[in-house]
Design a protein around this ligand. Structure first.
Ligand code: BES
Ligand code: MN
Ligand code: ZN
Length: 535
């Protein structure tokens, strides 16, 4: 989808639909007057007809989008399919797009309302060459922010994964025109829209990788994609470790998980050096990102059920989010340094697989007794986090589809946030709110450390049955971050969506990309990071 921005006076012709924002108010829906008024010649009643709205169940709430034809006798398509009016010009369908209560259309929640409203509009238009959406005026959002949210919602809502479908695929909206008031408003909105589109493209990239079948996207293929994607990015350099190098570097967790698989593991290490770095006290703030990259999780010898395995191609969702975030960070010119690490492997059962009872030695020298081979994410992250620490970052953020317990605690739409540093966690939470990706903190109590005490090793890889599974997993991760400020996002729930709704498609969501992008492009975060290092 292409997204552009025009002034109200420059509304193009040939539109299939024109979206008009409508507030929901206690006394009924009310047109949200756009910044520079309505386009000329628009067939809209000054006040929305309350009985029409009632009949169509339209209240102006976010996610409602109802097509409104001012003159049905003119607008009804003729049997020949000739959809032009008596005057010969084809008027667009008018779509009333709910944007919710005007007093709520500000800040982070306002941006999320616009993403959802835009998604509802795009879904209601369906396949068409072009449609336009008016930006609501006089709300507490800047025009560029609003346009970015609208563009993001629109592009993400039109996402489909069609690589393995044959035959005709249903078309989508080709071109969205954001109508932004004056010429100056439109210029500002255009810059915002470009940013929104770019972020949505990086999210789509992460979705594509997660949706790709597991025997197609092997660790090797994931790596090749990584290398190809960033081959021409001067700010990004990529290093790939193959199985031999992984053994040489003593990544015992990653090797232990990979042992049962016919596919060799990989580790990707990406370095992003900003072209225009921000300097704080004479140095560039440095963030490390680590993503769990299990390209298929069968559970290993502690085999999952058939049902439990159905969605386990999603188990590299953390690695995909890290790659997507790097992609956007480079495109948007993030001004901090980023080191990204993604341990990649399958988790499979076989005669050579790690057995329950085996002990692995991770990169930092600590030993882990593997009592359940299905708790494999923490094993590969142990190495990834150890390497992250060695890169000397000011903070580490990891993303992982780590525990079913996170889904039990927070459901399918909210990620768990754990860590060893409240200030960093607050930064991550703020970025997630800005991005519209819900996350919620869970505690990391020292008193639960004994849940992962082992009879023979430094720790075991499972906690107590039925108790605080996301916490015991994170407590194990904590053993590998030393004293570096660290935040962990357990994205087991939100990495996939069970339905196509809002701006999500059924399947991969790309969850985490937008939070990371908000984080690494935030000036406030860069300053926090720079000062975190100073202590
Ligand atoms: N990849 C799974 C976690 C998961 C479960 C992600 C459901 C998405 C949806 C992880 O590797 C796993 O299997 N965790 C186990 C840990 C247990 C054996 C301690 C789990 O959550 O059951
Ligand atoms: Mn598992
Ligand atoms: Zn897993």
């Amino acid at each position: 989808m292409r997204v552009e921005s025009v002034a109200t006076a420059a509304l193009p012709s040939g539109l299939a639909a024109l979206g008009v924002p409508v507030f929901s108010h206690a006394d009924g829906p009310r047109l949200a007057a756009p910044a520079a008024g309505l386009p000329e010649g628009l067939q809209l009643p000054a006040e929305l007809d309350p009985s029409w709205c009632r009949r169509h169940g339209f209240t102006g709430k976010v996610e409602q989008a109802v097509t409104f034809r001012s003159d049905p006798s003119v607008r009804a398509p003729s049997p020949e399919g000739d959809d032009t009016s008596a005057t010969g010009s084809s008027d667009p369908d008018i779509v009333l797009v709910g944007v919710g209560d005007s007093s709520l259309l500000d800040g982070d929640r306002g941006l999320e309302s616009l993403r959802r409203a835009s998604a509802a509009f795009v879904r209601s238009v369906g396949q068409a060459d072009a449609a336009a959406l008016l930006l609501p005026g006089s709300v507490g959002l800047r025009g560029d922010e609003s346009a970015a949210a609208v563009a993001e919602g629109a592009v993400l809502a039109s996402y489909r994964y069609d690589d393995f479908r044959t035959g005709e695929n249903p078309g989508r909206l080709d071109r969205l025109v954001i109508v932004g008031g004056s010429v100056a408003d439109a210029t500002l909105a255009g810059a915002g829209a470009a940013r929104g589109v770019r972020i949505a493209e990086s999210v789509s990239l992460a979705r594509d990788l997660v949706n790709e079948p597991p025997s197609s996207l092997t660790p090797e293929k994931f790596t090749e994609f990584f290398v190809r994607r960033f081959a021409d990015s001067p700010a990004l350099s990529i290093e790939v470790w193959d199985e031999e190098r992984i053994a040489l570097e003593r990544l015992g967790g990653l090797l232990g998980v990979a042992r049962g698989s016919a596919q060799p593991p990989r580790l990707v290490r990406a370095e992003y050096q900003p072209v225009d770095p921000i300097e704080i006290d004479g140095r560039v703030p440095h963030l490390a990102l680590v993503g769990k990259g299990i390209t298929f999780d069968s559970g290993g010898l502690s085999l999952k059920t058939a049902g439990g395995m159905e969605t386990m191609k999603t188990d590299m969702g953390g690695a995909a989010a890290v790659l997507g975030a790097l992609d956007a960070a480079a495109a948007l010119g993030a001004r901090i340094r980023i080191t990204a690490l993604t341990p990649l492997t399958e988790n499979m059962p076989s005669g050579s697989a790690t057995k329950p009872g085996d002990v692995l030695t991770a990169r930092n020298g600590k030993t882990i007794e593997v009592l359940n081979t299905d708790a494999e994410g923490r094993l590969v992250l142990a190495d990834g986090l150890s390497l992250a620490v060695e890169s000397g970052p000011d903070a580490i953020v990891d993303l992982a589809t780590l525990t079913g317990a996170a889904v039990v605690a927070l459901g399918k739409e909210i990620a768990g946030l754990l860590g060893n540093n409240a200030a960093l966690m607050a930064q991550v939470q703020a970025a997630a709110e800005r991005a519209g990706e819900p996350i919620w903190p869970l505690p990391l109590p020292d008193d639960y450390r004994n849940h992962i005490d082992s009879e023979i090793a430094d720790m075991r890889n499972v906690g107590r049955p039925g108790q605080a599974g996301s916490i015991s997993a994170a407590l194990l991760l904590r053993e590998f971050v030393g004293t570096v400020p660290w935040a962990h996002l357990d994205i087991a729930g939100p990495a996939r969506s069970d339905e196509s709704h809002r701006y999500l498609a059924k399947g991969a969501t790309g969850f985490g990309v937008r939070t990371l992008v908000a984080l690494v492009t935030s000036e406030a975060f860069a300053h926090w990071l720079g000062h975190a290092a100073a202590g």
